[in-house]
Design a binder for this molecule. Sequence first.
Ligand code: IPE
Ligand code: MG
Length: 232
Amino acid sequence: MDGNGRWAELRRRPRTFGHLRGARIARETIEACAELGIENLTLYAFSTENWLRPLEEVSFLMALLSRHLRRERETLIKNNIRFRAIGELDRLPASVRAEVDKTIADTAHCTGLLLTFALSYGGRQDLVEATRQIALKVAAGELDPLQIDENCVAAHLATAGQPDPDLVIRTSGESRLSNFLLWQNAYAEFLVLPTLWPDFSREKLLEALAWYSQRERRFGKVSSHAESPATV
Ligand code: IPE
Ligand code: MG
């Protein structure tokens, strides 16, 4: 979800104005995905690098997140949406962490859309942490290094048990991954839209899904009937 700041600057408003609108678009996108029967949606809400922004902006984003989780919890439950979070959650302010934990707990029984918020998330950090967990198991004699394969690595990432993303949508025209699910996105279809995130909409989501449905996913093979290597 990129482009909140530029959207606000174009209107000569503070960046926070863009974040407010961006949060509303996130809410509408979540509801649209649930309605369309999408099984997994991961929103890159805050990267490990975003901590380096000015303190006022970081504080604003944290307060916004907290408020939205508090307000939207009932709607999530009503829409059968299960919430989870990946990233360095320990770095979140205690009050935000409490809202995150409560939202996870209150929606744990939901069976519809699995909504993952990447919060203080970094793909490299995810891989470092997985490596550390695997090394600890080897050191403790619980894991034979010869058993370390792709499934083993995937099972130690923050997304363990979830399928790899099929489609990544990046708004605001930047064609980079910005440390987002590095391992998991190996075969994701990557769509860069010029649209700034606050201008994203249900129509644009439907267009993106139509684009995705036209892609031929070969996973490095040649046949047009290649099967997904992802374990779902
Ligand atoms: C994305 O918009 C929102 C977050 C990172 C939370 P930006 O804040 O990155 O907006 P630009 O890139 O400055 O326009
Ligand atoms: Mg940005």
